[in-house]
Design a protein around this ligand. Structure first.
Ligand code: SF4
Length: 275
């Protein structure tokens, strides 16, 4: 039995999944199918990549809480060690103020629950909010692509809507919100943008349209993506008759596969565990 749609708690990850492929959303969030376990080398590598990404987030969280962090091994965990070294060298949180690491805020859109878990946001003394998000992507994705991701639409929106619950941010204006993505592999190429009322209205309209579409689709009518590149890394390939062998994780950040980030290394994965 599919999960009733009214029970869905939307997140950047689930809505990105829908934006990437309606069928993927249905299989994952409504049918709640487990990912088929394909014991192939690319899948194992992707699991290591995801595990390293999770560990990197946990390490930064620990660091922000003032808990000593065990250094990753350069030999056994070279990628993680490089990310950590970059984090240490660049100290990416430049804003001063009250930090909220791994903070979850719950809001609503069209009277449906919308949840966002932030890597960290900072409320400055001037009452501004700077959202930081750590990305372990293997390529520094372009600003326009990043800006259109659900995370970029949802995270500032939830902060604005829930400003009354954030100490020191109750008088927040749209322009007082900034989102900064920090690339662990490319610390000098990070991306940031300032929020605005126009952006809020545009993002809200996009999210409402998606939720309307989800509500309108009967079971089995969620469309398979026409972009076959998105299927290459999708763990539901065998359900869709789109192959059974995973693509190579090394090729994942090619332009063709960039949209597949909701599967690999999207740091909103932490939400997907629960939602
Ligand atoms: S295999 Fe392709 S069509 Fe099927 S769920 Fe995955 S992305 Fe969608």
């Amino acid at each position: 039995m599919p999960r009733p749609k009214e029970e869905l708690i939307f997140s950047a990850n689930s809505l990105q999944s829908f934006a990437d492929c309606e069928r993927r959303f249905e299989l994952n969030y409504l049918d709640e199918l487990k990912w088929p376990a394909v014991e192939t080398e690319p899948v194992l590598k992707s699991e290591v990549f995801l595990a390293d990404g999770r560990r990197f987030h946990e390490m930064i969280h620990q660091d922000l809480l003032g808990i000593p962090v065990m250094e990753p091994s350069l030999v056994d965990e070279p990628e993680l060690a490089a990310w950590w070294q970059n984090y240490r060298d660049h100290d990416p949180i430049k804003a001063e103020g009250q930090q909220y690491p791994e903070k979850t805020l719950v809001s609503t859109i069209k009277d449906r629950l919308l949840v966002a878990t932030y890597d960290v946001f900072v409320v400055t003394e001037e009452g501004k909010v700077i959202i930081y998000d750590w990305k372990t992507w293997r390529k520094p994705h372009a600003f326009q692509w990043v800006k259109q991701q659900m995370q970029s639409r949802i995270y500032p929106l939830v902060i604005y809507q829930e400003r009354a619950t954030i100490p020191g941010a109750d008088k927040l204006q749209f322009e007082d919100i900034e989102m900064r993505y920090w690339y662990a592999n490319f610390p000098d190429e990070s991306v940031s943008f300032q929020y605005s009322e126009d952006q809020y209205e545009a993002d809200k309209a996009v999210l409402e349209l998606i939720i309307d579409r989800i509500d309108s689709l009967p079971p089995g009518q969620f469309e398979l993506t026409s972009e076959l590149a998105k299927c290459t890394y999708c763990p539901f390939r065998s359900y869709c008759d789109r192959g059974s062998v995973a693509g190579s994780i090394e090729e994942h950040d090619s332009p063709e596969s960039a949209e597949s980030d909701s599967l690999f290394g999207n740091l909103d994965d932490y939400e997907s565990i629960a939602f």
